[in-house]
Design a protein around this ligand. Sequence first.
Ligand code: C5P
Length: 208
Amino acid sequence: MTRLIIAVDGPAAAGKGTLAKALAASLNLPYLDTGLLYRAVARQMLLKNLDPVTESGEEAARNLQPQDLLRQDLRVPEIDRAASTVATQPLVRTALLQRQRDFAAATGGVVDGRDIGTVVFPQADVKLFVTASARTRALRRHYQLHGDATLSDVALQRLIEEIEARDQKDASRAVSPLRRAEDAILLETDDLDAGAVLQKALSIVRNR
Ligand code: C5P
């Protein structure tokens, strides 16, 4: 199973990370969360008071250090928004492309993101496209950030709108938009827990 490359794409909070991490552990492959690259670039820009809408993130992308990806504060709403803005910049995507390819070149790996099956690893051995309704994804994001804390209808509605806005931005950008590769297998996870999604994915990998 060496050098097996598994691409896991899909919209925000669909469970890609949970699945990709579990798949990597089951198959003894390295795992790369490519969203962290865009999040870390966005964070560097915000720290330097650079506006991701009007200023280039290329330098931040080129100078990214491995430890920048390990920070605990990359999953906050301000960085959600800034990352999906900076991800529309072609020079940022180009600067990050080779890093992503190098990551899995020698060892293979499970790589999750938006454009892994379409752009980063179009020759991936297995391509999965993981999705769920915006409501399910909003509930999962809330649980991930706040555990069992109560979620009002108004707050849920706001989360759904934020998720839909980010999907819209990711799917409509000119470069490497979020899109299912033609040969990607669709995994709809609304009615499945993480264990069931993993079992489905493992059987897809085994039967590839
Ligand atoms: O996956 P995550 O939600 O952490 O990604 C944050 C943002 O980074 C996404 O909204 C998307 O705009 C961008 N991204 C991307 N391409 C990837 C991974 C993430 O454009 N391969």
